[in-house]
Ligand binder design. Structure first.
Ligand SMILES: [Zn+2]
Length: 268
């Protein structure tokens, strides 16, 4: 009690006085506090983190990669359809958590779009695996033959289709942030990628930098200025088909990982 009274006395302008004389000051402070409380929701909504969720291979396509129409054979047919379903479910869940979640198709619009996080949703082809890749600093996007066939190359082939410019770059800071997001997504995905949930294939987790050009230098990483940039292969058709059918479980898990990552980065 004494400490409390002392604190109130110190709040009085003009030095220690009787508590009663402090009342107008305390009421004023309460009024100010109340006005801040009223202003808080508007301030929060203005600072909602932007998360860009890309449905891999979904039309319209990205120039230079138009031949990369994705895998097939999942419970919903084309890979783009699975990706679209997961993306849309994630948008709903992320928005409910206070995130400004925005949909992207294969063609990233607008070019250089900013955000807190960019995540590209995919599933792998037969023989593939569930895995997560992230943007790495150094180098640039892949080039392929024509509109996206053949091996990934760091330099254009003579017949490579033109890419949109300017490409964005990946700084060391973006690589670090992306690696953190990738770890959280991989941990979440690992927790549900079980035989009980219908997963029958391999789980590789976060792939090391420079282990897979197609993922580490995915074009999407060079079409956004998002602080974190990741690509997820949720599983592989057909080995993981019963798992891939569980769109709500997958979407919830990926969304939760992204929300936790935003919280860890103090953006949510
Ligand atoms: Zn894909």
């Amino acid at each position: 009690m004494r400490a409390s009274r002392g604190a109130r006395n110190r709040a009085c302008p003009g030095g220690p006085t009787r508590v009663a004389s402090c009342r107008p000051v305390r009421i004023a402070i309460l009024a100010i506090t109340a006005s801040f409380a009223l202003a808080a929701p508007a301030a929060l909504s203005a600072a909602q983190p932007v998360v860009l969720v890309q449905a891999g291979h979904l039309s319209p396509g990205e120039p230079g990669y138009l031949a990369q129409t994705g895998a097939s054979g999942n419970p919903f047919g084309l890979e783009s359809e699975f990706n679209r379903r997961v993306r849309n479910d994630m948008l709903t869940r992320l928005r409910a958590a206070g995130v400004d979640a925005r949909p992207l198709a294969a063609r990233v619009e607008p070019l250089g779009v900013p955000g807190a996080t960019f995540v590209s949703i995919h599933h792998d082809s037969p023989g593939g695996a569930a895995m997560v890749g992230h943007a790495i600093t150094g180098g640039n996007e892949n080039y392929y033959r024509g509109e996206g066939t053949g091996d990934a190359s760091p330099t254009p082939y003579p017949d490579s289709a033109r890419h949109r410019v300017p490409a964005t770059t990946v700084s060391a800071a973006v690589e670090r942030t992306s690696a953190g997001t990738a770890q959280r997504i991989a941990a979440g995905l690992k927790s549900i990628f079980t035989p009980a949930n219908g997963a029958g294939g391999r789980f590789r987790g976060v792939i090391p930098p420079n282990s897979n050009r197609r993922m580490n230098h995915f074009y999407g990483f060079y079409r956004t200025t998002a602080q974190s940039r990741v690509i997820v292969e949720v599983g592989a058709a057909p080995d993981d088909n019963p798992f891939l059918a569980k769109v709500p479980l997958i979407s919830k898990t990926l969304s939760t990982a992204i929300i936790n990552d935003l919280k860890a980065r103090k953006l949510l």
